[in-house]
Design a binder for this molecule. Structure first.
Ligand SMILES: [Fe+2]
Ligand SMILES: [Fe+2]
Length: 444
């Protein structure tokens, strides 16, 4: 089967970067400075059937709406995606309404885009499911996999039609494996099964941990898209509305207690990908949990800071993220180190009134206790305690998440690693280490 991609208004460098991930050679590329040429070509019907369509925002004299309509006319069933940057204002809802399946805001979404390309190329993809959502005796009509970080493979662990074995489930829990994987196209069936079980338990109230996380990630995505949105009407009124949306999500999903114990909630926040919204969601939840447990700062402020801490990455040059971090020059690192300040810049531009210490928490989320952090190289008590909590949550997410080409640490190993590196006040990591060890003991 041919796998040909259509690019419209996407820069040549970006196309070659994307083609590398697809590992498929064939594509057509249209410029967008002459819309009528593209229109004629699309309408002629003589072009190849494409597998995918990517549109860039180098659109001259064409609105996203016009382009969307044209694509729907010419290629109704072909998935179309929009690639834009954090410096281009757009309206997320409009884009989706006009038929685009997804919007990638670069460079913030570079990893998300790369993952999407890899999955499209492999034609197989998995979605993570929290281990707490599985009960011994459950029977599913699809295989459930575990991920082996060593060789980056998904291996069948529970088989379709066979009840989930109590011993095998125990083994996963005792090894602190926080998640298993379900084929993406079966997630609907999985959620349906879960909701029927929840119905048995508490007459339909509540959600499974996996579904809750998925919903929260979608909400966090919406909050970030809000910030990129074109201003309509009074900017102060718009800013107030954005803060209201943020508070609603924080209160509904993050501060409302998850079912289960504190440590189980921590485990439920071990991630499986580099998606920036999933990262923001986990960091937000973990930071709030740490704040609660250690009685430092306000959980709501930690959550809010967690949602937006890295949003500034969206205004860095896209080229930076086409190179691997290992190959970055000191100049490139300097650029990256601007992101905490850029995050605040976005939020201020949008007239979002950040409560309490949120601004400082975001600005200082990469400062280190020993003074080796950035952007200000603050040390010890000059760094806000809450910012140090966000630092731990951020680092914890990096160390524990399942991602190709990196070591995956167990939660307790990650806390000890952070403790050893002296990047936050030892009182924080000492206390967390005790709580994590206690939590590990209680896992049956
Ligand atoms: Fe960051
Ligand atoms: Fe981060």
């Amino acid at each position: 089967m041919s796998f040909k991609v259509l690019y419209i208004g996407v820069g040549t460098d970006m196309i070659s970067h994307m083609q590398n991930h697809l590992a498929k050679p064939e594509y057509d590329k249209y410029e967008t400075d002459n819309f009528s040429v593209i229109k004629d070509k699309l309408e002629s019907g003589q072009v190849d059937p494409y597998a995918l369509i990517f549109c860039g925002t180098e659109l001259k004299n064409v609105s996203i709406q016009e382009l969307g309509q044209l694509l729907r006319y010419g290629y109704e069933a072909i998935p179309a995606f929009l690639i834009t940057t954090g410096n281009t204002k757009f309206n997320y809802q409009d884009v989706i309404k006009n038929g685009f399946g997804e919007v990638f805001v670069l460079p913030l979404d570079m990893n998300k885009l790369e993952n999407c390309l890899t999955e499209l190329a492999q034609e197989a993809s998995f979605h993570s499911v929290k281990i707490f959502d599985l009960k011994a005796g459950d029977v599913f009509d699809f295989d459930i996999h575990i991920f082996m970080p060593v060789n980056k493979k998904y291996v069948k662990y529970f088989f379709a039609g066979v009840p989930v074995d109590v011993e095998r489930l125990k083994r996963l829990k005792s090894q602190s494996v926080p998640m298993v994987f379900v084929p993406k196209e079966r997630m609907k069936a999985f959620y349906k099964y879960m909701s029927s079980r929840l119905f048995d338990i508490d007459s339909g109230k509540g959600l499974s941990a996996s579904e809750r996380q998925a919903k929260l990630e979608t909400s966090v995505r919406g909050l970030v898209m809000n910030v990129f949105e074109k201003d309509k009407g009074n900017p102060f009124e718009a800013g107030r509305k954005k803060m209201e949306d943020l508070n609603a999500v924080v209160n509904e999903f993050i501060l409302k207690k998850d079912p289960g114990e504190w440590y189980q909630t921590v485990l439920a926040n071990v991630g499986s990908d580099k998606d920036p919204y999933a990262h923001a969601t986990r960091v937000s939840t973990l930071a709030a949990l740490f704040s609660l447990a250690l009685n430092i700062g306000k959980p709501a402020e930690l959550s809010a800071a967690g949602v937006f801490h890295d949003i500034g990455i969206a205004s860095l040059p896209v080229e930076l993220f086409r190179t691997k971090e290992e190959l970055w020059t000191s100049y490139e690192w300097e650029l990256f180190h601007l992101h905490p300040e850029l995050s605040i810049k976005y939020l201020k531009e949008k007239k979002m009134m950040l409560p309490g210490n949120v601004e400082k928490i975001i600005l200082q989320h990469h400062e280190n206790w020993d003074g080796t952090g950035y952007p200000k190289k603050l040390n010890r008590d000059k760094i806000l305690m809450e910012a140090q909590l966000l630092r731990v949550a951020d680092e914890f997410d990096y160390l524990t998440r399942y991602e190709a080409n990196k070591k995956v640490m167990k939660p307790i190993e990650a806390i000890k690693d952070i403790q050893r590196r002296n990047i936050v006040n030892p009182a924080i990591t000492n206390n967390l280490a005790v709580m994590f060890e206690e939590g590990e003991k209680n896992i049956e």
